[in-house]
Design a binder for this molecule. Structure first.
Ligand SMILES: C[S@@+](CC[C@H](N)C(=O)[O-])C[C@H]1O[C@@H](n2cnc3c(N)ncnc32)[C@H](O)[C@@H]1O
Length: 476
């Protein structure tokens, strides 16, 4: 082995040792705040907890948390709070709907048009449909009007969604899109919602974290990749009528008047900001919110714009628009370029400095850069992604501190990650940053049953448990 290689190796070992030491130091600082929380099952912190729950389970958003989680934290920590709840990464609106049904008004910010559309359509379905509208939707389920409808309204595909459906499914979708244009705006919204909710089931694809997996029947198998059979691909008519039936049944349930069922709470206001929270947060008023309940994208390379590409194409986004969206998302993929945060908000310098000065993060950044320079990273975008993730999150945390009322809580669900053989304690790094930006770290609640890591990482470095936590911070 050359001396140059020896030098690189010993530098790698030295940087890793430094990370381990700083991690242990921070763990000692937060020892009193850490606890394993048996009530936080994997189910409640994930979409699984919404299974069968009216309206929450219409669209399977794998990145969602459960309504039960929101109810737990708002109920147990916040009590009689004043002011609205805010979720800067609203997804399909779990926080917003769960808060609203507990009598708490809520604001959400969401960038992905899929989440925006689901929130808008759910609000309309639950609050604005008349009995005539419901009767019309019942006729759609009974008579399948698209089957005889002559005019087909084609939908766009982008490169990553080509050949996603069997030919007869494409025809049915196009007739369905044609027929729905005969209805009023409200009914169109519900019919489009149902369509979005079934796209994966009637397609050759399966959402799989970082990307879409393609069933061999699509003809898109790349040379050298493993065969994949997703199982039954539902026929369009079966899938859409089942979804419409589910939606209608849930709407009837939600629309039962409060006077008939006194245990039901009146629904409070929900407001949705469509755009990036990096742009929207600076426009919100200081000290106005009673709580923040959120789950940002994890720093795990999952690309929402790829996973949800079928839905984005159905919502008429072009290839260029999807690429632009990918760059606007919080940096969590290797494709994200560095954002000019000071251009978004010149007042963020102190937030960025806090991230830059976080010692463990600085050691991790140095290590990842060293690994990149020595050619051992499996993707050279990793250092930039990690740096970007924490700088952007520091700005989000700083803004949350600003918009929260004094003593108000922030709850955040997030996962630790691992790159190049090093565990990144996202929980402690973000908590340390939050502490410098005006929060008291009350608890870091660890979800029992530690998660492993990607098969790639396991092969190279062995299985190392990664924490999934709910952070409980309180504005000082
Ligand atoms: C973990 S998911 C949150 C899911 C949500 N808790 C729910 O139950 O539906 C993170 C969300 O952040 C959104 N997101 C990513 N970057 C964003 C940004 N810059 N501004 C606003 N939302 C963003 C993603 O589209 C995704 O919906």
């Amino acid at each position: 082995m050359t001396s140059e290689k020896n030098e690189i190796r010993s530098k790698t070992a030295e940087l890793r040792d430094e990370i381990v030491a700083l991690d242990a130091e921070l763990a000692e600082d937060f020892r009193a705040q850490f606890s394993v929380a048996p009530f936080l099952s994997r189910k409640i912190v994930s979409f699984q907890g919404n299974k069968g729950k009216p309206a929450y389970s219409w669209y399977k958003y794998k990145e969602a948390f459960s309504a039960g989680l929101v109810e737990y934290f708002l109920g147990n920590y916040v009590g009689q709070m004043s002011g609205k709840v805010l979720d800067p990464f609203a997804g399909i609106g779990t926080t917003l709907f769960a808060a609203s049904s507990q009598g708490i008004p809520a604001d959400g910010i969401e960038l992905l048009p899929v989440g925006q559309e689901i929130i808008r359509a759910r609000l309309l379905s639950e609050r604005e449909l008349t009995s005539n509208d419901i009767a019309t939707l019942e006729r759609w389920i009974e008579f399948l009007p698209w089957k005889k409808f002559a005019e087909r309204v084609p939908f766009s595909t982008i490169r990553i969604t080509e050949n996603a459906y069997p030919p007869d499914t494409i025809e049915s979708i196009e007739r369905y899109r044609g027929a729905l244009q005969q209805e009023n705006e409200k009914i169109q919204t519900v019919l489009r919602l149902a369509l979005l909710c079934i796209l994966e089931n009637v397609s050759y694809t399966r959402k799989d974290g970082q990307y879409l997996r393609w069933d061999d029947r699509s003809g898109r198998r790349r040379a050298g990749t493993k065969a994949f059979d997703k199982g039954e691909i539902l026929a369009f008519d079966t899938a859409i009528t089942a979804k419409l039936r589910e939606i209608l049944s849930d709407i009837r349930d939600v629309q039962m008047p409060v006077t008939l069922f006194p245990a039901k709470q009146a629904l409070e206001d929900i407001r949705l900001f469509e755009g990036s929270c990096l742009e929207v947060l600076p426009t919100l008023e200081t000290s106005t919110y009673g709580a923040v309940m959120t789950s940002p994208p994890y720093c795990n390379r999952y690309d929402y714009t790829r996973t949800y590409a079928l839905e984005l194409a159905m919502l008429e986004l072009t290839h260029a628009e999807v690429s632009h969206l990918r760059q606007e998302m919080l940096s969590c993929t290797v494709e994200n370029r560095e954002k000019d945060l000071l251009k978004i908000c010149p007042q963020w310098m102190p937030f960025i400095q806090v991230a830059n000065q976080q010692k463990l993060l600085a050691a991790i950044n140095t290590y990842l850069q060293h690994e990149k320079d020595s050619g051992t990273l499996n993707n050279n975008g990793i250092p930039r992604m990690v740096r970007g993730y924490f700088s952007e999150m520091a700005c989000v945390i700083g803004e949350c501190a600003r918009v929260l009322k004094p003593n108000a809580y922030l709850f955040m669900v997030n996962d630790n990650v691992r790159y190049a053989g090093v565990s990144i304690s996202v929980d402690m790094i973000l908590s340390d940053i939050a502490q410098s930006l005006g929060f008291e770290i009350e608890k870091i609640l660890v979800v029992p049953g530690k998660k492993g890591n990607s098969s790639q990482q396991m092969g190279t470095y062995g299985r190392v448990p990664l924490r999934k936590c709910v952070y409980v911070w309180r504005k000082r």
